[in-house]
Design a protein around this ligand. Sequence first.
Ligand code: F0G
Length: 397
Amino acid sequence: MPRYFCENCGFSNSLDKNLYFCPNCGDPLTIIYNDDELKANFSGSGVWRYSDVLPVNKDEKVSLAEGNTPLYKSLRVGSEAGIRELYIKNEGMNPTGSFKDRGMTVAITRAIERGFKSVICASTGNTAASLAIYAARAGIKGYVVVPDGAVALGKMAQARAAGAHIIKVRGNFDLALQMVKDFARESSDAYLVNSVNPFRIEGQKTVAYEIIESIGEPDWITIPVGNAGNITALWKGLNELKRLGKIEKLPKLLGVQAEGASPIVKAFNSDNKTIEPVASPSTLATAIKIGNPASWRRALKSVRESRGAMIKVSDDHIVKAQYLLSSKEGIFVEPASAASVAGLLNALQSGLIRKDDVVVSIVTGNGLKDPDSVSRFESLEITVGSDENLLYSVIAQ
Ligand code: F0G
C-alpha cells in the first residue's frame, strides 16, 4: 500500500491517519509507492486520468474537470530570445484559474473520504480561491487565512463568491501558515489543504505526466517557486515517470523566486543545507511573496538532483515577462507565473540554458486573477469624442 514517508528522516506510516508533518523532524510528508504499486493504466483526461497514481477513493471524487491544460508552442518569445523550442504550459486554464486545482481535487476528495466537514488553508490567494470553490462543490465549509491587504482582487472575489469564511491576518503569508499549522496540530475539526498536505502534492504531480505525454522529456522545465510545493510535486511526478519507464532522462528544473523573497536561491548558491527565512519578503508578485517556504528542503533536493538551478528575478523582469507573454503570445498570466519565463530569459542570457535546449515554462495562474497588475503596462488607450478623424489618424499611425 502507498504510505506516508519523510524524505528528511525516513519516518514512514500507513495512510490510515491524517498526517501532514513528520512527527520526528517536522518536515512535510510525501506519499510513496513500491514498484508494484506504481501502475500506469491511464484513461480519460485531466488529473483523474492518472487515478492509478492517486491514492484516494475515486468513487467519492470531487472534481470540476481540472488538468488537461494547454501546452502551447511559443511563437515569438522563444524565437526572439534565440531558443529553438519553447513550450508554455498554461496552468491558468484550470477551473479556478491556477494549478492549485490539480492538488485541490485530490485533497478535497481525501477530506470527504475521511469524513471532514470543513477544510482550511493559509494562502497568498490562489489556494484560497481553489479551496473555496472545491469546498462549495463538495458541500463542506471552507476557511481561508490570508494576509490582510496582500491578496489580488480576483482571488478574493473567488473566495467570497464561493461563500468561504475569510480570516484576514495582520501579517504576511508566513504568519498565516504558522497559524494554520498550529491549528492543525491541536485540532482535527478541519482538514489542512495547504501544499504541506501530501495529497495536494499527489494531484499536482500530474502536470509532469501531462507534459511528458504531450512532448516527451524536455531538457529543462522552468517553474515559479513560493512555498515550494509545486516544484516538489513536479519532481515527484518526473521521478515516477522514470520508474514507470515513460522517460529515460530526467529534465533539469529551473526554480525561480522573486528577488525580494528568495531564501531558497540563497541557500542554493551558498551550498547551504538549510535556508535563512526572509523576515519581510517583498515582491509585486504577491502569490510568491513568501519568506519561509514550507517545502524548501524538498525544493533544494529537487533542483540539485535534477542538476538544475534556483535563480531569482527582479520585479522589473517579472513585469516585462508578463507583458511579453500577453502581448506576443496571447497568454495572459498573473505576475508570479511570469517569473517562470523571466527566469528562462535570464538563464538564456547567462548561458545556463542553451539555445538548442527544449524548454517547457510552466505558467501557474491566470492574468484575470490580478487585474490591477496591468496598470504597470504601457497603455495604448485614448479617449475620443465624436471626431472620427482622430480615430482614423490613430489607426493610420
Ligand atoms: N504561482 C502562483 C500563481 C501561485 O499562486 C503560487 C503559490 C506559486 C506560483 C508558487 O507555488 O507555493 O507551490 O511554490 N501560491 C500559494 C497560494 C502560496 O497560497 O496560493 P508553490
